[in-house]
Design a protein around this ligand. Structure first.
Ligand SMILES: *Cc1c(COP(=O)(O)O)cnc(C)c1O
Length: 402
């Protein structure tokens, strides 16, 4: 198949799923139905916009109920949540933390905020997240288990934690990763920023790590404008996380006593009010997301030279972002595909730049990253707003495929 033909074929199939409109179809729009106004108005009426008022606690309780995790601490954003997860897990300056090479830069930045060094792990085609098999053989080569933890034989530094992400909301293969963490004395911290509503083997993501982070940024499945959360089942770690996010202030009716350098990382009430309303709609949003994903899967059925990413068999994904992955032999269509779709009003985006190709992370320790490098130049995200799932195409056969 020729390059032009292939891109035409993809565009045609995309149009059969998406609304026929003159305005640009963006990658991901937040979904509001007006129910948010009730909670936000109550915030304003009661002057509960910041740290006073009950919405943060209620949002945390709602999240704990939904995810099944015992403690939830709402934060200003997902990056702040990750930062605190790492600090509380004991990441110290000079420690290495294993992170996937293909992730949003915040995962590595949070490690850097602790003075740690991201150590880059390759991805699997099956999950788009960390490849546990490849990681296992790599650790056999470079890691040494000592009584005080895991050490990198090459760098002489301690390896403290492993931070997998659930790429585009699709759960990574957590069981083998958790097993590696046990064997190598690594703290498992899930970057579940994209995975609210995603389940691994029937249990919510973020419920496998010692600590986990969620994000409620404007582009995530549920938004609070900006926001995040720390999840943990450990009472002591939860207490430490709550303390650190509230400037480490000791409880007292009027005195300002702080017992360490804390952070002003708590989510304001105004944002939590939006979150409560959004969370009530999560089941609907998830249904729409899965409808959109199956419409894409149907439209791209039988396609040659590329595939539409499907959740792995052990997962129930929130399908936060849909993705097309070109076969390696068609990777030369990548730029053309991004160029044409964006020019024609269908917003698409490439995968993130692998971390070692960014200036500040180019010297990070890393294993062979050939899969991450390859996926980065042939994976395209498709418009994935939940409302698109309620639209079922024009039903017409635009390309002669259905
Ligand atoms: C969104 C995101 C974050 C950071 O969340 P913010 O709320 O934007 O700070 C971290 N990791 C991943 C994988 C993300 O997608």
């Amino acid at each position: 198949m020729m390059k032009v033909q292939m891109v035409n074929d993809i565009l045609c199939r995309l149009r059969s799923v998406l609304p026929n409109t003159d305005t640009q179809i963006v990658l991901h729009e937040p979904d509001f139905d007006g129910s948010e106004c009730v909670f936000i108005k109550e915030c304003l009426d009661r002057r509960w916009v910041s740290s006073v008022g009950g919405f943060v606690e209620r949002f945390e309780a709602d999240l704990a109920l939904y995810t099944g995790v015992k403690h939830v601490i709402a934060t200003v954003n997902g990056t702040a949540a990750l930062h605190i997860c790492l600090l509380v897990a004991g990441v110290e300056p000079g420690d290495e933390v294993l992170v996937p090479a293909l992730t949003f830069v915040a995962t590595a930045n949070a490690v850097s905020y602790c003075g740690g060094i991201p150590h880059l792990v390759d991805c699997s085609e099956e999950t788009l997240g960390m490849d546990p098999t490849k990681l296992e053989s790599y650790l056999q080569d470079v890691a040494e288990i000592r009584p005080d933890g895991c050490w990198n034989r090459m760098s002489g530094r301690r390896v403290k934690a492993l931070v997998p992400i659930h790429t585009f909301g699709h759960p990574v293969d957590l069981d083998p990763l958790a097993e590696l963490c046990r064997r190598y004395k690594l703290q498992l911290i899930e970057d579940a920023a994209e995975a609210l509503g995603s389940f691994y083997k029937g249990r919510h993501t973020g419920n496998w790590g010692k600590l986990s982070a969620l994000s409620f940024n404007g582009n995530k499945i549920v938004t609070t404008g900006g926001g995040g959360a720390i999840l943990t089942n450990d009472d002591e770690l939860a207490r430490m996380a709550r303390h650190l996010t509230t400037v480490a202030k000791l409880p007292h009716p009027w005195k300002f006593v702080h017992d360490q350098i804390g952070y002003n990382y708590r989510m304001p009430n105004l944002n939590a009010a939006l979150g409560i309303a959004q969370l009530q709609r999560l089941p609907d949003l998830l249904r729409l997301k899965r409808e959109l994903a199956s419409a894409y899967h149907k439209a791209f059925d039988g396609a040659q030279g590329y595939r539409c990413f499907k959740e792995p068999p052990f997962a129930r994904s929130n399908y936060w972002l849909n993705a097309l992955i070109l076969d390696e032999s068609f990777a030369d269509c990548f730029d053309e595909l991004l160029e044409r779709t964006n020019r024609e009003g269908i917003m698409t985006r490439p995968f993130w730049t692998p971390l070692h190709q960014l200036e500040m992370y180019k010297h990070c320790p890393r294993m062979d990253l050939s899969v991450a490098e390859s996926l980065a130049v042939r994976t395209v995200n498709l418009p994935s707003s939940s409302f698109l799932g309620g639209y079922h195409g024009e039903g017409q056969d635009l390309c002669g495929h259905r």
